[in-house]
Design a protein around this ligand. Structure first.
Ligand SMILES: *Cc1c(COP(=O)(O)O)cnc(C)c1O
Length: 442
């Protein structure tokens, strides 16, 4: 393996003294498949196309004295410390824990709940991805392009409104209901709505075409280390709160990016050495009837076989309660992806029915006293199943990721504004000049 040791020479002026200062880069990127090392930003390994993982120079996490996710600056791929109050909040459950007979149930709440110190104003953990991703792009004079079924669009729009970063976001029509913001939308936000017969995957294809235009940059989805390490702060916050590694991690997945992120964060915590316990077992759940990763995992396969694992996807997606968990091309098989994360942690997957998800959502709201999104209900249902099937013990340290919630609570404090689409695309192949109102096309 090639050795890359880069030393930057940087001149820092401080008052009248000019100090010649040497410093190594904060991180490099290591291929999860072949271990090649890259020192410039990129989204995939040039040898095998596998996921790249940030390898931070600081192996021990030293918390910064700021609110929100900026605390975890050491393990975020950005250079300036974030000062947003947005971040994950971990607390020990008493009510739901007692109902389930669990003595060490910890909840990571990713939404708006000021009474618990939770200030994610777009109400989902997608905001943990958006802040570091936008910060990483700032100063490059490029517009970020992404596809989203709703929560990601809201998160990136919010960060765009706060920072002025231009974003182009392709949203399926079913996601438009979720396009609100806790503030007035700004001109930096460009929403392209897809036609009625298109789904999230069509949105991804159109976003890929837009991202190829000059001045645009694909946000990268699961391949973007800023997204994964932003989401990884859920695991970091939990371990810091518990002063140990959790034994189990529960999350509902559509792409599985959050699951991969939790695993990678746990690998760093293990290397840090101050957090006892082994790697947390991943308990990842999907909402039936659309559950390609659940089906492939249950069959013991690294590959998703379309005809077997997701026949007639549009119909199945239409029947889901938590329809945002409906990614048709998740990073499951790729090296460093969901299959590897599950294998490495002796993890398991759950297929949750609509009924189970709704009942679990209500149960959570009744016992914990805050409204949660449908996918979080799927995760709670998977925890109930794990308890019933004795996959967890009453003394185990369990981390339940409530990936979104608190909208009802937010509405008491903020007036929500609707974001209007800039244009409508009938399909993924429309001429781009019809939907992008911008000189970049000239
Ligand atoms: C995106 C999302 C998920 C799924 O997360 P992935 O790890 O990307 O699959 C779960 N819950 C909510 C609320 C989400 O917005």
């Amino acid at each position: 393996m090639k050795q890359f040791i880069m030393t930057y020479l940087k001149t820092i002026s401080s008052g009248t003294n000019t100090i010649l200062h040497t410093w190594d880069p904060k991180y490099d990127l290591v291929c999860a498949g072949c271990s090649s090392v890259f020192t410039e930003d990129r989204l995939k390994c040039s040898n095998d196309g596998a996921l790249l993982r940030a390898n931070y120079r600081n192996k021990q996490l030293i918390l910064k004295d700021v609110p929100g996710m900026g605390k975890f600056h050491d393990w975020l791929p950005i250079h300036e410390i974030m000062t947003t109050e947005s971040g994950p909040v971990t607390y020990r459950s008493t009510e739901l824990a007692a109902e389930l007979g669990l003595n060490n149930l910890y909840i990571s709440f990713n939404g708006y709940w000021p009474e618990k110190g939770a200030y994610i104003k777009t109400c989902s953990f997608k905001e943990l991805e958006a802040f570091p991703t936008v910060q990483k792009t700032t100063g490059k004079n490029r517009s970020l392009v992404l596809a989203s079924a709703g929560n990601t669009a809201r998160a990136f729009s919010h960060v765009s409104a706060m920072t002025g970063q231009e974003v182009y976001i392709v949203v399926p029509s079913s996601g438009m209901l979720r396009m609100w913001l806790p503030e007035k939308p700004t001109d930096s936000i460009h929403i392209i709505q897809m036609g009625k017969n298109c789904d999230y995957t069509d949105s991804i294809h159109l976003a890929d075409r837009i991202a190829a235009l000059p001045g645009m940059q694909a946000e990268g989805g699961a391949r973007n280390v800023a997204r994964r390490d932003g989401m990884g702060t859920v695991m970091l916050d939990a371990a810091v709160t518990m002063k140990r590694m959790p034994d189990h991690y529960f999350q509902a997945i559509g792409s599985g990016t959050g699951g991969i992120a939790a695993w990678e964060a746990a690998l760093r915590l293990r290397e840090d050495g101050r957090f006892p316990g082994g790697l947390p077992q991943l308990h990842l759940s999907q909402n039936l009837p659309f559950a390609p990763m659940y089906n492939a995992w249950k069959a013991g396969r690294r590959e998703i076989i379309k005809d077997i694992d997701m026949p007639d996807p549009k119909k199945l997606i239409h029947e889901m309660y938590a329809d945002i968990l409906s990614n048709r091309e998740p990073p499951y098989s790729v090296a460093g992806g969901v299959y590897d994360a599950l294998s490495s942690t002796k993890g398991t997957m759950y297929g949750i029915s609509n009924n189970e998800a709704k009942k679990a959502q209500q149960l959570f709201e009744r016992y914990e006293g805050i409204d949660i999104f449908a996918p979080a209900g799927v995760a709670v249902a998977s925890l109930i199943e794990a308890v019933n099937e004795h996959k967890v013990d009453s003394e185990d340290h369990i981390l339940l990721n409530i990936t979104g919630g608190g909208v009802k609570r937010l509405e008491q404090d903020h007036t929500l504004s609707k974001i209007e689409p800039e244009s409508i695309a009938e399909n993924a192949n429309v001429p781009l000049e019809e939907i992008i109102k911008r000189k970049v096309l000239a």
